[in-house]
Design a protein around this ligand. Sequence first.
Ligand SMILES: NC(=O)C1=CN([C@@H]2O[C@H](COP(=O)(O)OP(=O)(O)OC[C@H]3O[C@@H](n4cnc5c(N)ncnc54)[C@H](OP(=O)(O)O)[C@@H]3O)[C@@H](O)[C@H]2O)[C@@H](O)CC1
Ligand SMILES: [K+]
Length: 486
Amino acid sequence: MPVSLLTAEQVRVAERSTGELLANGTLMRRASHGVAQVVVGRLAATGGCYGRTVGIVVGAGDNGGDALFAGAELARRGIRVTAVLLAPDKAHPKALLAFGSAGGRLGTELPRGLDVVIDGVVGIGGRGPLRPTAAKVFAGVAPSTVVVAVDLPSGVDADTGVVHDPAVRADITVTFGVRRRAHLLAGPQCGRIVVVDIGLPADHEGDPDVAEEYAPGEIRLQALTDADIAAAWPVPGAHDDKYTQGVVGVIAGSHRYPGAAILSTGAAVAATSGMVRYVGSAHAEVVAHRPEVVVVPELSEAGRVQAWVIGPGAGTDDAALERLRTVLATDLPVLVDADALTVLAAHPDLVIGRDAPTLLTPHAGEFARLTGEPVGADRLAAVADLAKRWGATVLLKGRITLVAQADGTVYGNDAGSSWAATAGAGDVLSGIAGSLLAAGLPPIWAGAAAARVHAHAARNAASGAPIGASDLLAALRPTIRELLAP
Ligand SMILES: NC(=O)C1=CN([C@@H]2O[C@H](COP(=O)(O)OP(=O)(O)OC[C@H]3O[C@@H](n4cnc5c(N)ncnc54)[C@H](OP(=O)(O)O)[C@@H]3O)[C@@H](O)[C@H]2O)[C@@H](O)CC1
Ligand SMILES: [K+]
């Protein structure tokens, strides 16, 4: 099931729903135990706990309380723990007492050469960047020290994932019960995320019954898992033929830029079985690479399709506008990418009010062309807003790809690496998503599934070294095979 990512307020609602467990501090003890376990696990894997050194940076709220209770547990295991209190008067009193009783020490700065630093400055109550005192403490932390963030890396906004400057960069983030939005939106800043079960009703990932109440149009952020995508991926049934699985038509490339056409159609061929049609002047090059693609130079000659992909390398002239107008006038799902987005920016009316599904796949620059302003720091709000205003599904590309539906549902995917940031990778994505649209997947699923498979293929192709889009394309089939393997 898709994993939900909640706002700070939704997390607080979930915590409050536990009543006594919140009031008597049980939730905090469970949370801090989870943090301590993660640190112990890390130390145990690298030589054991006894005599190792841990620093704790403690803020004014319960996040600092978590860190101090965790520190107490670590101190009891023979670990030398030093805490720096950023706001000594406000430090969680019970946690501070427990920390002192367990043998934890207080300092005005962190000792050098620590094995682990625990960031307990702020969690979901944090606002803005790390304040100067905290920033100074973290500036002295050696690169070899493992940084474990409690709940969130401090300086990262819980709801938008905006990484303020300065902010903590964590190797591991330990969170409680349910994921916060920032864990996806600022994934690279969080490092590995460990979700500790503290007994919230929403503790079963993907089943956040506490947060099921969404107002109409409210943003609901989720992440698809590999299992979700495998279950939805079109696989031919016993009675399928090449037409019943959905035919995708690709309008892309040109004499001058045949590569986009080759990459997009190649990806469409690899992503699903069935049939791919191609319309455009790069037809000879397309057939040379993929003889199974049925090609024609003109749109008027194209046979029937179940979805269109239009735009990669296809130009922005009057003829391009005419082709865009024609496909958007059909009642078929249409994926609009690249050059076609530039054309669309001047003619939004072609999409707004369209009844059939439309999937727009801009990168940040194309997004700015569509809306007339930069994406901005809050990418989630920006993409959800465009989807709502245009009544379309919008896939905003990036390390974290966000796919927003007009009703506020957003699927996000962290690519896990940035190897796919290479010329032509977007053309491959358009082919994958287009073929999924033709197979009947709703645009948000087609976009999110394509983004995830694309990211896995990039990782598999790269294997630690740079790649080109052709390498990504070549890795597509083995990646899908791996995904679909029982
Ligand atoms: N409730 C529970 O049972 C459970 C809660 N849990 C834990 O509690 C955390 C939430 O605790 P919280 O609500 O106390 O807020 P929290 O994140 O500690 O920070 C608030 C304080 O920080 C300050 N401050 C703000 N911005 C700042 C900045 N940029 N730089 C520096 N300081 C800044 C600001 O104080 P100010 O200095 O402005 O007076 C404010 O008072 C949650 O993330 C989880 O870890 C878990 O134990 C599970 C059970
Ligand atoms: K923190």
